[in-house]
Design a protein. Structure first.
Length: 165
């Protein structure tokens, strides 16, 4: 029985241990949305996948769809993501549900990752607002607000998402 291998860019959001040497990863992919995929033997020191699957990494990931879940067959690290992205990515993982492709969201987030040299005080509100906009919790006109207005719009969007309850 052969399986089709899908290769897609992905942002590693988080991981959990599985068995003795495996992990399950939450990955925001361009082509499949948020997927949870397992990687075998990745917790071993000798694992070739280990470096490309660290949280806060942008990687090219090859996946195989098994009977019950995705499995990671290979990964190539494209870039490490600064730790200032951790809080917005945690929110992203909570807001995105299921395997529903959203290439505009992925492209918007990855473009901001690649263009950010040194984050300013508007960095996090700008990233969170783009996430909420692409998920339908903000209007496009909200993206051009000043910091105070943007934070109010973000809070309103988060209330609409039911994450604050």
């Amino acid at each position: 029985m052969s399986y089709h291998i899908y290769t897609t860019p992905g942002i590693i959001l988080s991981h959990w241990p599985l068995r003795e040497a495996d992990r399950i990863y939450a990955i925001l992919t361009r082509d499949f949305g948020l997927v949870r995929a397992s990687a075998s033997g990745v917790r071993k020191e000798s694992s070739k996948l280990r470096g490309a699957l660290e949280p806060l990494s942008l990687s090219s990931i090859s996946l195989v769809r098994g009977k019950e879940h995705w499995r990671i067959t290979s990964a190539v690290l494209e870039s490490k993501i600064p730790s200032v992205f951790a809080a917005p990515f945690s929110l992203l993982e909570k807001l995105v549900t299921g395997e529903s492709p959203n290439p505009k969201l992925f492209d918007s987030v990855s473009t901001l990752i690649k263009s950010t040299q040194l984050p300013d005080d508007m960095f996090e509100p700008r990233l969170v607002s783009k996430i909420l906009f692409h998920l339908g919790y903000l209007r496009e006109s909200d993206l051009s607000l000043d910091k105070r207005g943007l934070i109010k719009a973000i809070n309103k969007g988060l209330q609409a998402s039911d994450l604050t309850t």
